[in-house]
Design a protein around this ligand. Structure first.
Ligand code: PBG
Length: 326
């Protein structure tokens, strides 16, 4: 039986009815706000391609974290800019580097905030790759995972709740898990960037984190955008190695991947609404071409609807404000 018995419009007649039958209720409970920590004090430099996003010294990071916590956003993810870059990215594991000092300051301020740290070498290496290289420019896997584990341990020591490896080296989740466990950090969780694609949507981030590769690209370690089944294998491997939460990145061009991962695996799924996804919206909004608020809420609803209960997004503060006023 169909029309006139069935009329889907019956349930769209009022906001009360629409709200009553809504399948996805956008919430700020799974939002994560990304932040960029740099050396020094009293530093706050806006990233030119990311309006409203700053490189900040630890004292300023804490100030913004207080605002984030007051808005009811549960978590931040910290990226770090080093004082000095070198071939092996040694500052990634330095207890006095910007990320470690920021975590310490957030802990001292006793903010009600989960602190996640991005674990990678690209911001710290002079060549800008996510692992160490040998002559000829090959990114070496096994020596890199030992360094990544050292960085993760230093974040845990500084007080991070969750470490998030984003390098895409094979075996890094297992290396990090065993390093943390051997140092009595068995309760620190791992959020792995499991299906991370080699994407042009990271462009503005590389300005923010000063992490553009100085030669070549990241195709030998990040995934080919054409592959979906391979993402399921990457996720399965990271879970076997001990990942607690897995992530798909970027989000918008990969909603199909988010959905397939959600259906296949019973673990929390995160998605990263990355820098160019943010900057494109900001640029079009500044030109008056789109309605920023509606666009952002629609984007975040689509990412949650696809299956990501955790969303890393530079829009987090705006969304939290809008949801409060709704
Ligand atoms: C580090 C890293 C990148 C992003 C998060 N972690 C960049 C890259 O892989 O080049 C991108 C985040 C964004 O674009 O917002 N490896």
């Amino acid at each position: 039986m169909t029309f006139p018995t069935h009329r889907p419009r019956r349930l769209r007649r009022s906001e009360a009815l629409r709200g009553f039958v809504r399948e996805t209720r956008l919430s700020k409970e799974g939002l994560v706000y990304p932040m960029f920590a740099c050396p020094g004090t009293k530093v706050r430099t806006e990233v030119s391609s990311m309006p409203g996003i700053y490189q900040q010294s630890p004292d300023r990071i804490v100030e913004e974290c207080r605002e984030v916590a007051d808005l009811g956003i549960p978590a931040v993810i910290l990226f770090g800019l080093p004082e000095h870059k070198d071939e092996t990215g040694s500052e990634a594991a330095d207890p006095s580097a910007a990320v470690q000092r920021s975590i310490d300051a957030i802990r001292k301020a006793k903010l009600d905030l989960l602190v996640i740290t991005d674990v990678c070498l690209c911001e710290y290496t002079s060549h800008g790759h996510c692992g160490v290289i040998e002559a000829g420019g090959v990114v070496l896997n096994d020596p890199s995972i030992a360094l990544l584990a050292d960085a993760a341990l230093s974040h845990a020591r500084a007080g991070a709740d969750i470490v998030a490896p984003s390098d895409m080296m094979d075996g890094r989740v297992a290396a990090i898990r065993s390093k943390l466990d051997a140092n009595s950090f068995q309760d620190i969780a791992i959020l792995s960037y499991a299906a991370k694609y080699c994407s042009a949507f990271y462009g503005p981030f590389r300005e923010a984190a000063q992490s553009a590769p100085q030669f070549g690209d990241r195709r030998s370690y990040q995934m080919d955008p054409a592959n979906a089944r391979e993402a399921l294998r990457e996720v399965a491997l990271d879970l076997e190695e001990g990942a607690d939460i897995i992530m798909v990145k970027p989000a918008l061009s990969y909603l199909d991947i988010i959905q397939r991962v959600r259906e296949r695996f019973d673990v929390p799924v995160a998605a990263y609404n990355v820098s160019a996804e943010f900057s494109m919206v900001k640029a079009a909004a500044q030109k008056g071409w789109i309605e920023e608020q509606r666009i952002v809420l629609e984007i975040l609803t689509s990412i949650q609807r696809a299956g990501a209960s955790i969303v890393l997004t530079y829009h987090a503060k705006d969304v939290a404000r809008w949801l409060k006023n709704c």
